[in-house]
Design a protein around this ligand. Structure first.
Ligand code: BT5
Length: 319
């Protein structure tokens, strides 16, 4: 009911009387008043006048389904589940994926108590200054073809940041979103699969939006950056998330249609890895070489100094 009232107020865009709202929704005027107060507690600014009624003024920047706008009929984000606090959006996304949630379901949290990076690393996300979310996918693909989904997700993120904020980021293979050599965001892709069959994929994305430098933990302060630090002003998390989800719908469709080359070309445009000398820690070995390109399955092709060309599917690189 509260969200229906919000919809009416937003659509009206001028004063509407409590009586008109109560008639439209078939509830008492006291109920309307109570729900308006709840919306105010949620952070909405709603003006009231005893003669004219209520008028919507401003929404809070909370990336939930009320404030994220995506095109009608879009699958990615058709269901958005927003939490004030959660252990990790990836954990919750995997739980609901196991329980059968729809393809495209998005889990967003204001704060994560145990946000995760890859291979057991921590992801600092105990503040609502970031965008922390996970997307559940049910691709009809073979497990070995999935790597391109992570690349597609990074394309969706960097293109959305450029479109909405005019900031051009770099991508460090496979999943780091970089500005000025510092880490703005990362992607953690997890999956449940059997031989030859994927049950689901969870793409977890973390983006530092509105932190000031001193809000980062001491250990990452030298290597982390936020959009606010680049732009010099607070950015709208809901706008950006809407744009990422919309872009992701488009690139993901490309993945399903096998347009890997097009996606990798778009990825390469932002890459800070290709053409550079890289050091790779891979399967307890360390290689030095030049990153040449990304293969159509998402693996990094490196011409190593020992004369061997290697295709790296996972690992850590230093540029
Ligand atoms: C990543 O791991 O970059 C993947 C991060 C994915 C986070 C999202 S948030 C929503 C979803 N739910 C989760 O629980 N996770 C996903 P990796 O490449 O392993 O990088 C981790 C490293 O980045 C850490 O060891 C730190 O050095 C650094 N780091 C941690 N928090 C950071 C932050 N907020 N900003 C920049 N760097 C950070």
């Amino acid at each position: 009911m509260k969200n229906q009232i919000l919809k009416i107020l937003k659509e009206e865009d001028k004063y509407i009387s409590g009586e008109d709202i109560s008639k439209a929704l078939n509830v008492s005027r006291t109920a309307v008043w109570k729900h308006i107060n709840e919306l105010r507690k949620d952070g909405y600014t709603i003006e009231s006048s005893s003669k004219k009624g209520y008028r919507f003024l401003e929404a809070p920047d909370i990336p939930d389904k009320r404030e994220i706008s995506i095109p009608q009929g879009q699958m990615i984000g058709a269901d958005i589940q927003h939490f004030d606090e959660i252990d990790s959006t990836n954990n919750y996304a995997k739980k609901i994926a196991n329980e059968g949630c729809a393809h495209g379901t998005v889990v967003v949290a204001e704060k994560q108590t145990t946000g995760r990076g890859r291979i057991g690393r921590q992801w600092q996300s105990d503040t609502s200054e970031g965008i922390w979310f996970s997307i559940v996918l049910r691709p009809e693909m073979k497990p070995e073809d999935l790597q391109v989904i992570t690349l597609a997700a990074s394309v969706a993120v960097v293109e959305a940041i450029e479109e909405t904020l005019g900031i051009v980021c770099g991508i460090k293979w496979p999943n780091d979103i970089i500005i000025d050599g510092k880490k703005l965001g990362g992607i953690l892709t997890e999956l449940s699969a059997e031989p030859g069959h994927v049950n689901y994929v969870v793409v977890g994305i973390g983006i530092n939006a509105n932190q000031d430098l001193e809000h980062f933990d001491y250990e990452i302060r030298q290597k982390a950056i936020s959009l606010k630090m680049c732009k010099g002003e607070t950015v709208s998390r809901s706008n950006l998330l809407g744009s990422i989800l919309t872009n992701f719908e488009e690139v993901y469709k490309g993945v399903l249609l096998g347009k890997n080359k097009e996606i990798i070309d778009r990825w390469t445009k932002y890459s800070v890895t290709i053409g550079k000398e890289v050091k790779i820690a891979y399967r307890n070995m360390e290689y030095i070489g030049t990153a040449q390109s990304v293969a159509s399955d998402g693996r990094l092709i490196v011409q190593c100094k020992d004369g061997v060309t290697r295709e790296i599917s996972a690992g850590e690189i230093q540029v």
